[in-house]
Design a protein. Structure first.
Length: 164
């Protein structure tokens, strides 16, 4: 009985890992498992999916630095059995995300008529600063009271907590 539980836990773990998305293809990489493209400050990406019958991109995404485009193609479910018989599902996540729900979709050409084009934009491209993070400046208004001309009490070093 215990061996059966261990075996079923092992099989569940394998199935869970195999469903993950990763830039290198994941645990058991195949062409049907999805695609992940990560954009960084030094390698900002634009991903386009092209209909090779018309040579026009039916999907283009300029990824900001720190984000990844994760997508997969599903056979069937399109709105036209000849021109767009398949569906593309996709999501924009933070870089390094390996699991989640691809919650956007659109119809697309069949596999024989699709091509993925990558463009690396001019770099570096820096992400938008986080407004919640206060940057250190040398402005007078940003100095603590003890560092101004008016002066003030110097904090006691023993009462401070230091992060190590």
């Amino acid at each position: 009985m215990r061996q059966g539980r261990i075996l079923s836990l092992f099989m569940f773990s394998i199935a869970t890992l195999a469903g993950c998305y990763a830039p290198d293809g994941g645990f058991m990489a195949t062409s049907g498992r999805g695609f992940v493209y990560q954009s960084t400050s030094m390698r900002p990406l634009t991903v386009s999916v092209v209909d090779t019958r018309t040579e026009e991109a039916f999907f283009t995404m300029e990824l900001p630095p720190g984000k990844q485009l994760t997508f997969n193609f599903l056979e069937g479910g399109g709105d036209d059995p000849a021109y767009t018989p398949d569906r593309m599902v996709y999501a924009i996540w933070d870089n390094g995300t390996v699991a989640g729900h691809l919650d956007n979709q659109m119809t697309c050409p069949p596999a024989s008529c699709r091509r993925i084009d990558l463009e690396i934009r001019k770099s570096p491209v820096w992400p938008e600063p986080d407004p919640a993070v206060r940057l250190r400046t040398d402005q007078t208004a940003d100095r603590p009271s003890y560092a101004t001309d008016q002066g003030g009490p110097i904090p006691d070093a023993k009462s401070k907590k230091y992060d190590n």
